[in-house]
Ligand binder design. Structure first.
Ligand code: PLP
Length: 421
């Protein structure tokens, strides 16, 4: 209560902004995740890895636009790509373009897919990957995992990422549980696809074990179902995505977030025979439309980001920095209710009542949300902008001393609240 009172006193402009917003937006926003009680902080601007709120506080941006903001705010290469598209190309030409071919070709090479199609969000990418799998197999059912999140209408968590999905076509198995996965996949008749994240993102940055993912892949093959790996969040964990680390070869991969260079983006790609259901040269092909699917701005800026900023070398160094950061946080939180999960430059904080330091699926632990809230309020005061659910997506160019200071802030938090954490 004291932390919340300090928050309210420190942020009158955000409060006013929220009071105005509730008049035209349900609850005052248009992305449910961004709601925080008593009111959300409203950001005014960003520069590099920092954001500034309406009351002029400066924060290190740990939200990182839920992994889409990897390049930071107003990166010069992104700026140049935007301006040159605007000045020399124009927006959306109502035709196929060089920009779309170039981005597709680079993405196929990086993420080991034969061909790819673009969408405007990860949610759409999931939608079309599933449609392709259903058409290809002539079946309907899909195995998914508890705690999984594959877009606004494909959410299978009972907690933080809750959504009301009609479960008719879905078979829910336990994440990180090989026996449960095998039973669901091999025991379901009419199975079109298995849809899974290699690390649950919205579900709390919970990595799957390699054995689990290999078992899922093998079972899907045995069942004749399309194995769809959702890499919308995880593709940035290595130059070839998390699949390259885990040694997977999915039939289909979904992508999104930062790959649009900061613009609305999604993509799905995979095996040539599965993707060919979308080949319009075939008489009975599936339609996949979208006014902005290949807009020149997103295609060009996304390509510039991937080819000029997030080169394979930069990617590896960046995720190694994340791994070292996570390791330090895991060390200092041992023996407390606080635990950090994740991998590479994507992580999350949790407070488990039992002090469990490893979580197989957030759906299966009851988190201490009061402690998590206290942590959130206090880290804001220290200048760290984190999602309320506790995820942290690092931004390129984040100074090492900011990460070191965060580790000290966490140590200090644990020290001061020793009796309750
Ligand atoms: N899949 C995963 C794993 C995601 O994390 C997300 C978004 O967070 C999506 C799909 C949906 O992407 P979008 O928000 O662009 O629709």
């Amino acid at each position: 209560a004291a932390a919340q009172a300090r928050f309210e006193n420190a942020n009158p402009n955000s409060k006013n902004q929220h009071d105005r917003a509730v008049k035209s937006l349900p609850g005052g926003n248009t992305r449910s995740l961004l709601h925080t009680s008593p009111f959300p902080l409203s950001m005014k601007s960003g520069k590099g890895p920092y954001v500034f709120d309406e009351d002029d506080h400066k924060y290190l941006d740990f939200v990182g636009e839920l992994t889409a903001g990897i390049y930071g705010h107003s990166h010069p290469v992104i700026r140049e790509a935007i301006l040159s598209t605007f000045d020399n190309v124009g927006l959306n030409l109502g035709s196929t373009t060089v920009q779309e071919e170039r981005h597709a070709s680079l993405m196929c090479e990086r993420f080991n897919v034969d061909s790819i199609r673009f969408t405007n969000s990860g949610t759409e990418a999931t939608t079309h990957a599933l449609a392709a799998a259903r058409r290809f197999t002539g079946r309907r059912k899909v195995v998914v995992f508890n705690g999984g999140y594959h877009g606004a209408v494909f959410s299978f968590g009972s907690g933080i990422a809750q959504n009301n999905v009609d479960l008719d076509d879905w078979v829910l198995a336990r994440y990180n549980d090989i026996a449960s996965a095998r039973t669901a996949i091999e025991g379901t008749s009419g199975l079109a696809a298995v849809l899974v994240e290699g690390m649950q993102g919205a579900g709390g940055c919970i990595p799957a074990t390699k054995d689990f993912m290999l078992a899922v892949q093998e079972s899907a093959k045995k069942a004749g179902a399309v194995f769809i790996l959702d890499e919308v969040m995880t593709s940035r964990l290595a130059p070839g995505g998390l699949q390259s680390i885990l040694g997977l070869k999915p039939d289909m991969t979904t992508l999104g977030k930062y790959l649009g260079g900061g613009f609305a983006f999604g993509a799905f790609g995979g095996r040539a025979d599965v993707m060919s259901v979308y080949d319009p040269r075939n008489k009975d092909s599936l339609a996949h439309s979208g006014t902005f699917n290949n807009n020149t701005m997103t295609m060009h800026v996304g390509h510039a980001g991937l080819s000029k900023i997030l080169t394979p070398e930069v990617n590896i160094e960046f995720n190694a920095m994340g791994d070292a950061f996570l390791e330090k946080l895991r060390t200092i939180t041992k023996g407390t209710k606080c635990c950090f999960t994740g991998r590479g430059a994507i992580l999350a904080v949790h407070f488990t009542p039992t002090g469990a330091q490893d979580i197989n699926c957030v759906d299966e632990v009851e988190e201490d949300l009061e402690l998590k809230d206290l942590f959130w309020f206090e880290m804001l005061e220290k200048g760290y902008w984190i999602t309320r659910r506790g995820s942290i997506a690092l931004i390129l160019g984040t100074p090492q001393e900011e990460l070191d200071r965060f580790v000290r802030c966490v140590e200090d938090f644990l020290d001061r609240h020793r009796s309750i954490v």
